[in-house]
Write a protein that binds this ligand. Structure first.
Ligand code: X8Z
Ligand code: ZN
Length: 606
């Protein structure tokens, strides 16, 4: 197989302790020249093996089978043998001992080399191999799981996909139907529990092998921060949104108790009362704001194309034909038995022009936002895939930038002037600004931050940095859900399950959920700047559609990829350091409104 060939070649070239013969020895060269020689060898093999891995992962995520899991494991093992090669690690470390002798771009590439090596360092090949295989197995368990709404004995008589469960949680006012759907969504946890425990050890093991305190600390390193610094930042964000969140939580539990005919609203919101499996977003609560109705009856393909039109209207190119040919954008057609990953993702398969997305788009408002989110990744890939950006740095300024770009456009695409322009809001259809803002808070950062910066990040921090024991998984999970989100399980959870494991990222995107929390902070900073300074419009009613100057602004942020420091990029383009102030200002009018609505109610839950 080509992958083996490449990996073997590399090990032969570097593993014997030398660069290919040149005039003079490697050590005679200036550090920058040594680094360039290393990179010249590394880059083409990196791209080839990365591409093989991505292709195999694509296959195993879009058509789950033992064969495809095997192919993925093989490709990832070859990639790991190369990226984690002991000689790569030694060379990169040696050169980084004197960063002042290297250009900034070179230092960044070498650091990225080490970061890739830390995923599977071949200084501990047993551990590295075990991790690669365990990751592939866990993804296959998750992606291949058959959700089931009704069983007779052990036979599933109502197999469903997660879109179906989400529909029940989005629409039903029947609490027993809601409970069934919510419980069905948690069944996968038991299947994933042992795999997560195994991965906890293996992920920590490889990170420690590379000198990190643990896997969580390794992941946070993408921001140039320590785990403690990250947790302080996240706690600050949680505290900043807390006053408004407490009002939202209070308003919501009364609203839902009324809707479901429950006389006394419970202090903590029962998880199955909410329109999202994890309570990370609270859609469908505001009377008179029915966002789903705006896209009802639309073709799924239209949803993706409309997202594309938004980017194109700002001066981005059309998506390449290969995007449409290679992507897997809609639920598996009825009658087909193929199983695929249910969660949306965007792929940069060859670090050049092969960009794809995996989704299961249906005409709902959530999928409308998700199409914009995924195309944000795709346009980021396309923008930094240019000769000036080395392959190793074809990433976001940090991971949260990558997450934030599409969410920024999703925010812009949810605003009134745009919805009118494209005819989703009809002439004469009036909207109540406060109710729209309320819906936006319930489905946006104010409910999302307690979940992402609170529950998810604290759980994963405990899982890796504090080696949370297996027996504690669910207890710890629900203690954070209660503390940060004010939500409780419908009833005591069964032993042997793992409700945290039901969240995709815990399994296949580990130790980095705070990316989404920080993405929200950055995107409101960008949005505020774009509306006020570029478009001279109000941030709550602001239309980027058809404004190439916004595209110019965003492309300038995207184009360097990871070749510049993320803090510098933010300062240069917004004039500010990271701050939640624009986000808080956006939702500020709600505080008084909700305090009035909640008068006489005991709010807060601790
Ligand atoms: O996972 C995603 C994207 C793919 S990167 C759809 N998101 C998080 C989630 O669904 O939990 C977007 C927002 C949060
Ligand atoms: Zn994303």
């Amino acid at each position: 197989m080509p992958t083996r060939f490449f990996a073997l070649t590399w090990i032969l070239v570097l593993g014997c302790g030398g660069l290919p013969a040149r005039p003079g020895t490697a050590a005679d060269l200036a550090p920058e020249a040594q680094a360039q020689a290393l990179l010249a060898l590394y880059d083409p093999i990196y791209v080839a093996l990365y591409t093989e891995s991505a292709r195999a992962a694509w296959l195993s995520s879009t058509d789950v089978s033992d064969e495809h899991t095997g192919l993925r494991t093989g490709a990832d093992t070859a990639f790991a043998a190369f990226a984690g090669n002991a000689e790569v690690i030694r060379r990169a470390r040696l050169l980084l001992e004197h960063p002042e002798a290297l250009s900034d771009l070179t230092v960044r590439q070498l650091r990225q080399m080490l970061s890739l090596a830390a995923q599977a360092p071949q200084t501990r090949p047993d551990l590295a191999r075990a991790r690669v295989a365990a990751e592939a197995r866990q993804s296959a368990r998750l992606d291949g799981f058959q959700f089931c709404l009704r069983r007779e004995g052990t036979t599933c008589v109502e197999p469903v996909i997660t879109n179906d469960l989400d529909r029940v949680l989005g629409e039903s006012t029947d609490l027993s139907a809601r409970l069934r759907a919510w419980e069905a969504s948690k069944e996968v946890g038991a299947t994933l529990r042992d795999g997560l425990v195994e991965l906890q050890g293996l992920r920590n093991g490889v990170a420690r092998e590379m000198g990190y305190a643990d896997f969580f600390a390794f992941q946070v390193d993408n921001y140039g921060m320590s785990a403690d610094e990250m947790m302080v930042l996240l706690d600050r964000l949680v505290a900043e949104v807390r006053p408004l969140y407490e009002q939202l939580q209070c308003w919501t539990r009364y609203e839902l108790a009324r809707r479901y005919g429950v006389a006394e609203p419970p202090r903590l919101i029962p998880a199955h009362w909410l329109g999202n499996r994890w309570g990370q977003s609270w859609p469908g609560l505001v009377e008179g704001v029915n966002m789903d109705a705006l896209v009802e009856g639309r073709e799924p393909r239209w949803m993706v194309e409309q997202a594309e039109r938004f980017y194109v209207s700002m001066g981005y190119p059309s998506l390449p034909t290969s995007f449409w040919e290679n992507s897997d954008l809609y639920p598996v057609a009825e009658g087909q038995t193929r199983r695929k990953n249910a969660h949306a993702s965007a792929w940069h398969v060859d670090l050049e022009g092969d960009v794809r997305s995996l989704m299961s788009v249906e005409p709902t408002w959530e999928w409308f936002g998700t199409t914009h989110h995924e195309l944000g990744h795709i346009y980021y890939y396309m923008t930094y895939s240019r000769p000036d950006v080395p392959f190793l740095l074809r990433e976001g300024a940090n991971r949260s930038y990558h997450e934030g770009m599409g969410d920024l456009i999703a925010l812009a695409s949810s605003q009134e002037p745009y919805l009118r322009e494209i005819g989703l809001l009809h002439e004469g259809q009036q909207i109540d600004q406060m109710q729209w803002l309320l819906d936006s808070a319930l489905t946006g950062p104010i409910t999302f931050l307690p979940w992402s910066a609170g529950t998810m990040s604290h759980f994963e921090h405990d899982l890796y940095s504090n080696e949370l024991p297996a027996a504690e998984l669910d207890r710890r999970w629900w203690s954070y859900v209660a503390r940060y989100q004010g939500i409780a399980p419908p009833a005591e959870r069964p032993e042997g399950g793992c409700d945290a494991c039901t969240k995709t990222h815990i399994n296949d995107d580990p130790g980095q959920y705070y990316d989404y929390a920080l993405a929200n902070v950055v995107l409101y900073q960008l949005h505020d700047h774009i509306c006020r300074n570029l478009l001279h419009q109000e941030p709550r009613s602001c239309n980027y559609y058809g404004h190439p100057e916004v595209g110019v602004f965003l492309r300038a942020i995207m184009a360097p990829g990871a070749s510049r420091d993320w803090r510098e990029v933010l300062r240069e383009h917004t004039g500010q350091d990271l701050t939640a102030a624009p986000m808080l200002a956006y939702y500020q009018p709600l505080l008084q409104y909700l305090q009035d609505q909640n008068q006489g109610r005991a709010c807060g839950w601790e």
